[in-house]
Design a protein around this ligand. Sequence first.
Ligand SMILES: [Zn+2]
Length: 287
Amino acid sequence: MPELPEVQTVVAGLGRRLPSRSIVSVELLRPDMVRYPGKNQFIAGLKGLVIAYVGRYGKYIEIAGREQRVMSAAPSRPQASLFVHLGMSGKLIWAVPKGPAALEKHTHLKVTLDDGATLSFVDPRRFGMLALGSREELLESAVLPRLGPDPVVSPPSAGELWADLMQRRRPVKLYLLDQTRIAGIGNIYADEICFDARISPFRLCATIRRKECVRLAAAIPRVILAAVAAGGTTFRDYRDAVGNRGQFGQQLAVYGRAGEPCVDCGLPLSFGRLGGRGTTFCGKCQR
Ligand SMILES: [Zn+2]
């Protein structure tokens, strides 16, 4: 499942290719992937969209349109953005077709740009989604959720994190997975962050000591930024904007390594379940 580093890698790839391009044609093959607005409005709004920039809201990719001024006297329309969530298995692939090509299986949306390149949203398991509108409008209508601070843009300070942790009784890993507390962290990086901070994923938030919280607050951006630098982690479906795999898998300390030796103490890593999610940790190094 793509988490923040994978989404950020896609955003960076698209950000080098999409700004100032416009969308000249839209093929919507699965209208039920559009969460907002209706199918016809979605297609009409997307067609002619001039792309200003590519950004990210938590795990949502934002392809932002330029403000449109119909007449100089008229108030400008709010900026509409295409929001894409990759769900479990989604990909957003930019390509320059070398002639007519068959549509990749599970393509739900394909747009063509004014330079002839295409952008395709492919999602076999269909847990992803598409929406078109301004960020404010989509937050207002609850199409986009309200998210906690972003670990890349505005990671919480140790003091802020500690104040919040002290209010909560759930295990620290489940806190990290809660998008309303911190945005963008999923199962892979929650395990990696807990190991990096040397804190057991099972520890209840309110029992975390101040100096442990300092380690945790530092681990969150450190792990996420290292993964961004490696282009994210590919297990199965995830690909970047041009179809490459992420390279962070080789740097994972715990996730997917249950039974293998801990990189620190050499003892075999343990495996357990937390909130229904597989959890890998070192029983000796993480307390
Ligand atoms: Zn260890």
